[in-house]
Ligand binder design. Structure first.
Ligand code: LUB
Length: 213
C-alpha cells in the first residue's frame, strides 16, 4: 500500500509572498536569490544576513531582490519551504524501489541524510528552523511532517510483521525524528556536517535494529 501524501503543506506565513515568476529570467533570478540567501543563512544565520548582502553577493540591486521578495523574512520562508519541498520527490524515488516498509523508512532517511550533508537549501532550512524565534514570520511547523510519514510507514511495518510486538509506531517515529535531528545538529555544530553520514549510520543502526524482529 502506498503511503498517503505527507502533509508537508506549508503553513503560509503572515509575510506577503509575491507570486513566483512563471518563466524566463524571473525564474532564474528568483532561484539565484534563494540559493545565495540559503548559503548566507546557512553560514551567517538569519540575523547575520541582510537583503543588501544577498543582492551584493549576486551583483544585483536591492530593487531586483525586492521585485521577488517583499523582505528578508519572505526569503527565509521561501528557503524553508524549499527545504520541505525536497522530500516528496525523495519519497517517490524510494517507494519506486518497492522495499518492505521498514527498509523503506531506513532508505528514505539515508537519502535525506545525504541531502543534509550536501544541499545548502536543506542546511539553511534546518538552521532557520532552529532560529525560528528570530524570524518575524510564521515558518512551517517543523518535524510534524516527518513524524506523520514515519508513523504511517512504521504502521505498515507492524502490519507486515516486521516490528517487535512492543514497538509502538508513533513512538518509534518520534524517536527516529528526534534521533535524526539530533545527529545532524551535533554533526553540524562540531564538524560542519563532515561526519554526518557516519553519525546517522550509527544512530539508524541502533534505532532500526531495536524496532525489527
Ligand atoms: C527528519 C528529522 C526532522 C528534520 O530534521 C531537521 C529539521 C529542520 O527543522 C527537520 C524537520 O523540520 O522536519
Amino acid at each position: 500500500m502506498t503511503q498517503p501524501p505527507v502533509d508537508w503543506t506549508v503553513r503560509r506565513s503572515a509575510v506577503d509572498q509575491r507570486p513566483s515568476p512563471s518563466q524566463g529570467r524571473g525564474v532564474e533570478s528568483r532561484a539565484a536569490i534563494l540559493r545565495t540567501a540559503a548559503r548566507l543563512f546557512s553560514e551567517q544565520g538569519f540575523t547575520g544576513t541582510s537583503l543588501q548582502g544577498v543582492a551584493e553577493e549576486l551583483g544585483m540591486t536591492k530593487g531586483v531582490v525586492y521585485h521577488h521578495f517583499t523582505n528578508k523574512e519572505a526569503i527565509a520562508v521561501a528557503v524553508v519551504e524549499e527545504h520541505y519541498a525536497r522530500w516528496p520527490a525523495v519519497l517517490k524515488e524510494v517507494q519506486a524501489l518497492r522495499l518492505p516498509p521498514l527498509e523503506t523508512c531506513r532508505e528514505l532517511l539515508d537519502r535525506v541524510a545525504v541531502a543534509f550533508h550536501t544541499d545548502v537549501v536543506v542546511q539553511a532550512g534546518a538552521r532557520l528552523q532552529i532560529e525560528r524565534t528570530s524570524v518575524t514570520a510564521r515558518l512551517p511547523v517543523p518535524y510534524v511532517g516527518w513524524v506523520e510519514l514515519l508513523t504511517s510507514l512504521l504502521r505498515e511495518a507492524r502490519d507486515a510483521g516486521q516490528l517487535r510486538a512492543e514497538v509502538v509506531p508513533e513512538a518509534a517515529a518520534n524517536a527516529v525524528v528526534a534521533g535524526f535531528f539530533g545527529v545532524q545538529h551535533v554533526s553540524e555544530s562540531l564538524h560542519g556536517r563532515s561526519d554526518l553520514l557516519e553519525r546517522w549510520r550509527i544512530m539508524a543502526d541502533l534505532l532500526f535494529r531495536s524496532f525489527g524482529k
